[in-house]
Design a binder for this molecule. Structure first.
Ligand code: SF4
Length: 737
């Protein structure tokens, strides 16, 4: 089988020799009936892949070498993604909770029960007492439909999505700085950069194929700077690694900018012509000398100087960042502080010069564009803006006064459930019990609901608490579009039909809308009709897809928005000529002083706790924990700790440790590694129950983006009570394929 490359160097650095890519039992050697050109269902690179289909089953894959982004390369997750199809855990029919667990039901019974619960709760407590939570792994069409369903059919303000745990700090910062929320450059600009600064992103594990772009730049002489509390696989190949103390990212950006200004490496004419408010930033960073910055961040002053020396005089440069700087109570401020570095040097809007946000979820970009966020209408319109409200009300044929106002964000919805203000909930492709901080509170909130309905393809941990489970569709069982992390809208092709009595997600949503009396607004015969409505709704909005059609997307291997007219070629690179999207065309500097995390270390909890992902798992693990060969690569959560910390605590490698925060504790084996700061421990978050890292994280939110502070809180670490020598933990696992 021809395939695979990458990111073997990065992968091996972390895990040792690359494992066999063959699935348990070997590759399926049968001749396929057809090959379907589509995309990987996991991260925001959205690698092209051809699925092999036989007898309406996905039996394997072939590389799709013509798709320009990955040119046939796939990471370990992409290679195994096809194994989720035909999995024995696949939901095949609707389920209704009974005395003895779940029983299968007819669609009529399950949908009627759901609609009765919606009507009864809303009649008793008001429309907003019923909430809806969507997902950012879903297609653009479903993201659009989720928003329309919640506002028009449910009439609730309380709709949000799981991107609230992922991309929202970057999105808010992008809009504040540039007036638009999208990566500034296509990925093909990365190899053209002479310096690449990567802040808070474990690219090789979370966005693996992008590693290839960075290494291509490195092979052409680019310098790579990485900022992270952990020496990630990519950091091991970097020119400069800045081991920032968790929660201090904005101070580090201020320290670098201080040196850039002192050494006159800022582009004064670009700043004067194309930006506003630089003087506020100049005044702010005056006190962030390398010495002061070292004191706050733990990064040696000499390294801060070196970073400025690399970035300052470079002829071209790219900034990439991800959740490492965004998952904070000051996530937006962190991102804005790094954007200041880009604007100050004026290196944006040109080949090899710019900025990108790395999107962890499959449709992390498109999932946040089409109206499933609590403050947003289609086309990226603002739900609080009178003209935007009127446009969408007219477009949908409803009264503006009937359109709900801004509702609660994802974590706030769970707090409203705790407080008894929200009584009913539907989730789709979202597993909050694993994803939201303080899992015990999430579990208790679910039990308080008078009705909970889940639309999903596997019975995830949250869906186990549902009254009704509506068996939906896997990515390969539906068609539609997604928008990649670089802003390229690509086409997903349906490879197989949903199995058994499972249904395509959007059919379920439309059926619910019909039973709620709004069927005339949800009449679609295929996903393309939803897409055409979505693009028309976006016309003239901040996120304009109105020039796109399925045919155009397919013919051009994806189209970049803005694409505001039928003949428009799309916009791969934003901000050319220094034109930004604020009404005066100028970008904005933002001067936010550093402030500490919501929960800092102290005598009682002296160690930083941080969480993140591993290469073989995806988000809450609903899919990847079911694929045996991915499980084998990283079977259980481990607590990474530095040998110096381990020695101080008397802990051996693989010995069970308990990590305790003010919210709870988790017991997992220790993994002693030199690649983490000695004051910090790390546990990946993909597992549920007693092995959920989110038992101990906290829900302190960024005031603008409302993202929780996943990346830093205070903990202490102890040998597990009763632990005796080295150990492994027994996980309650779903079946593996
Ligand atoms: Fe590509 Fe991401 Fe899928 Fe890996 S997980 S194959 S990098 S889309």
């Amino acid at each position: 089988m021809a395939i695979l490359t990458l990111p073997d160097e990065a992968y091996c650095a972390r895990f040792g020799p690359t494992p066999s890519y063959a699935p348990v039992g070997g590759w399926d050697q049968r001749e396929p009936d057809r090959l379907v050109k589509t995309h990987c269902c996991f991260c925001g690179v959205q690698c092209g892949i051809q699925l092999k289909v036989k007898d309406d089953q996905v039996i394997g894959f072939e590389p799709w070498e013509e798709f320009p982004v990955n040119q046939g390369k796939l990471c370990p997750k992409g290679v195994k993604r096809y194994l989720q199809n035909g999995h024995p855990d696949r939901l095949l029919a609707p389920l209704i909770r009974s005395e003895s667990g779940f029983r299968q039901s007819s669609w009529d019974e399950a949908l009627n029960k759901t609609v009765e619960a919606i009507k009864s709760i809303q009649a008793k407590y008001g429309k907003d007492a019923f909430a809806f939570l969507g997902g950012a792994s879903m297609t653009n069409e479903k993201a659009y439909l989720n928003g329309k369903f919640a506002r028009v059919a449910l009439g609730t303000a309380n709709i949000d999505y799981n991107g609230r745990l992922c991309m929202v700090s970057a999105g808010a910062a992008n809009r504040m700085a540039f007036g638009i929320d999208r990566a500034a450059n296509p990925w093909s600009d990365i190899p053209l950069a002479k310096v690449i600064l990567i802040a808070g992103s474990n690219v090789a594990e979370c966005f693996p194929i992008l590693t290839d772009y960075i290494w291509r730049a490195r092979d052409q002489g680019a310098k790579i700077i990485i900022i992270d509390p952990r020496i990630t696989p990519l950091a091991r190949t970097a020119d400069l690694f800045l081991p920032v103390r968790p929660g201090r990212d904005s101070a580090l950006a201020h320290g670098i900018l201080h040196v850039l200004i002192e050494r006159r490496w800022v582009d004064e004419s670009f700043i004067a012509e194309h930006t506003k408010d630089f003087e506020k930033v100049r005044a702010l960073v005056k006190t962030y000398t390398p010495g002061v910055t070292e004191g706050i961040t733990g990064v040696p002053a000499a390294s801060i100087l070196k970073a400025a020396e690399l970035w300052g005089p470079a002829e071209s440069s790219m900034l990439l960042h991800a959740r490492g700087i965004e998952h904070h109570t000051k996530g937006v401020e962190n991102v804005l502080s790094y954007i200041n570095l880009v604007l100050a040097t004026g290196r944006i809007g040109k080949p090899g010069c710019g900025y990108g946000t790395i999107t962890g979820q499959g449709n992390g970009q498109g999932g946040r564009e089409h109206g499933q966020r609590c403050n947003q209408l289609p086309g990226g319109r603002d739900i609080n803006h009178p003209d935007h409200r009127q446009f969408i009300a007219d477009f949908w044929g409803v009264l503006e006064s009937e359109l709900p106002r801004q509702g609660l964000t994802a974590c706030e919805i769970f707090e409203a459930i705790e407080q008894g203000e929200i009584k009913g909930l539907i989730t789709i492709s979202f597993n909050p019990l694993v994803s939201i901080p303080e899992a015990n509170r999430t579990r208790a909130a679910l039990e308080k609901l008078e009705f909970y309905g889940a639309i999903d393809f596997f019975l995830n941990e949250t869906a186990r608490h549902a009254d009704v489970v509506l068996a939906g569709s896997l990515q390969e069982e539906d068609e539609g579009t997604v928008t990649t992390g670089e802003g390229r809208c690509v086409r997903l092709r349906q490879a197989v039909k949903p199995p058994g009595r499972a249904r395509v997600d959007w059919h379920i949503i439309c059926d619910l809308a019909n039973r709620l009396g709004k069927g005339e607004l949800f009449c679609y015969s295929n996903a393309e009709e939803i897409f055409n409505e979505l693009t028309a709704a976006s016309q003239g909005g901040p996120i304009d897809y109105s020039g796109m059609t399925y045919e155009r997307i397919e013919n051009s291997m994806g189209l970049f928005w803005p694409c505001p007219a039928p003949g428009h070629p799309g916009t791969p690179r934003l901000f050319e000529g220094g034109r930004f999207f604020h009404t005066d065309s100028k970008a904005r500097f933002h001067a936010y002083d550093y402030r500490p995390p919501a929960e800092d270390v102290d005598a009682e909890f002296p160690i930083f706790f941080t969480s993140g992902r591993v290469v073989s798992q995806y988000l809450s693990g609903t899919q990847t924990r079911r694929i045996g060969s991915l499980v084998d690569q990283y079977p259980e959560p481990l607590c990474e700790m530095h040998p110096r910390l381990a020695e101080k605590l008397g802990i051996d490698d693989r010995e069970l440790v308990t990590v305790i925060t003010r919210r709870g504790e988790i017991t997992v084996p220790a993994q002693i590694v030199k690649t983490i700061r000695p004051d910090t421990v790390f546990i990946p978050y993909h597992w549920p129950g007693k092995k959920a890292a989110n038992q101990i994280t906290h829900r302190a939110l960024d005031p603008i983006s409302k993202i929780p502070e996943f990346k830093v809180c205070a903990c202490r670490v102890e040998k597990a009570a009763g632990a005796n020598g080295h150990a492994s933990i027994v996980l309650e696992s779903p079946r593996r394929k």
